[in-house]
Design a binder for this molecule. Sequence first.
Ligand SMILES: *Cc1c(COP(=O)(O)O)cnc(C)c1O
Length: 372
Amino acid sequence: MKRAQLLFTPGPLTTSKSVKEAMMQDMGSRDYAFINAVKDIRNGLLELAHVSKQEGYECVIMQGSGTFGIESVVSSVVGKQDVLLILANGAYGERIAKMASIHKLNHQVVRFAEDEIVSPEATAAYLQAHPEITQVACIHSETTTGLFNPILEIGAVCKKYNKVFIVDAMSSFGGVEMDMKEMQIDFLVSSSNKCIEGVPGFAFALCKKTALEKAKGQARSLSLDLYEQWAGLEASGQFRFTPPTLSIMAFRQALRELEEEGGVKAREERYKANKQVLDAGMNGIGFRQYLRPEIQGHIITSFLYPDDTNFNFDTFYKKLNERGFVIYPGKLGKADAFRIGNIGQIFPEDVQALIDAVKEVLEEENLVIAVA
Ligand SMILES: *Cc1c(COP(=O)(O)O)cnc(C)c1O
C-alpha cells in the first residue's frame, strides 16, 4: 500500500490509526456500548467548553456534516416573530444567510471585508439601531481565509443588548481554548471531523438549556429539529433516526486521545507549532500570506498565488498529491490563493515534509518565487 495521504485541509482531517480502528466492530444503535459512548461524548463535549449539565448546558448531536448542525440550530432557534442578525466576513457567514433565506427566517446581514474581522463596535452600533434583532450568528474561525473573529468581545456586545448568541466554531472547537460561559455563547456548533480529529458523520450543538427549550415546536424541518433531537436523546439515550454508529465510536476514541495529548491547550500548542513551521517554510520559499498576522488564526492559512504567471494551481496540487500531501484550493472573492491547514493528526515534522515537497515541485516546474 502507498504511504497514507496527509491531509492539510480544513476537514475531514488526518486521523490516528486507533481512531480508525475504533470503527472495526459493527455496532447496533441500541447496544449498551453505543448508548454509553453517546453519553460519554455528550458530557465530554460540554467539559471541553468548560460547562456542564448542572450549570444549565446541554449537548445535542445531529447526524450529518457540520452544516446540518448549523442549519438545525438556525432553523429551530429563530422563531416566527424573531429576527436573526448574521455577521458575515466569508463564505461560512454567507452560508448561514442562505439558510435563513431558504427557511424564510426574518433576518438581516451585516457584511465585513473578507480580510477584516467582524467589528464588535460596529455590531454594537447595529444592535443599538435595530432593537428588533433577537439572535446574532457569527463564525469563530472563518475557514474561508483562516481569520479568527473576536468572539469574546462580540459575545459581550450580544449580552449587553440581550441577544441570543449563536457561534459557528466548526473549525476551531477542540483546537482553540473556548469557555462558553466566559464568551457568553448560547449555541456553539462544531462537528466530528475537525479539531477533535474524529471521522465525518455528525455535528454537535452545545446549548444553553433555557435557550434550547424555547426552540420547542419552532423547527422548519423534521430531521433537523434541534429540540426534538435533544428530547429524544434525553428520554432514551438514543437518536430519533439511524445514528452514525461507527463515527460515534471513532469520536469517543478521538476524545480520549485529545485528553491523552493534554487537552485542548496541548492540542492548540501543537497546531501553533505546525503553523510556525508552515509560515517559516513558506515565507522562506517566497510565498506570502493573504491575511495580516494580527487577525490570522492557527487553524488554516491562505497563501497568495505567486506572481510567476507560470504557476498553475492544478499542477501544483496534483504534484503534491502524488507525493502524499493534500492541500486545499482557495475560496476568496478578491484574490487568488490556496489554503494549507495545520489541524488533524499532523505534526511539525509532517509540515516540514510538506515544505520540502513544495520546494521539489516548484523546482520541477521551473518556478522561481521572488522573496519579497
Ligand atoms: C467545515 C466548516 C463548516 C461545515 O462544513 P461541512 O462541510 O458541512 O462539514 C461550517 N463552518 C465552518 C467555519 C467550517 O470550517
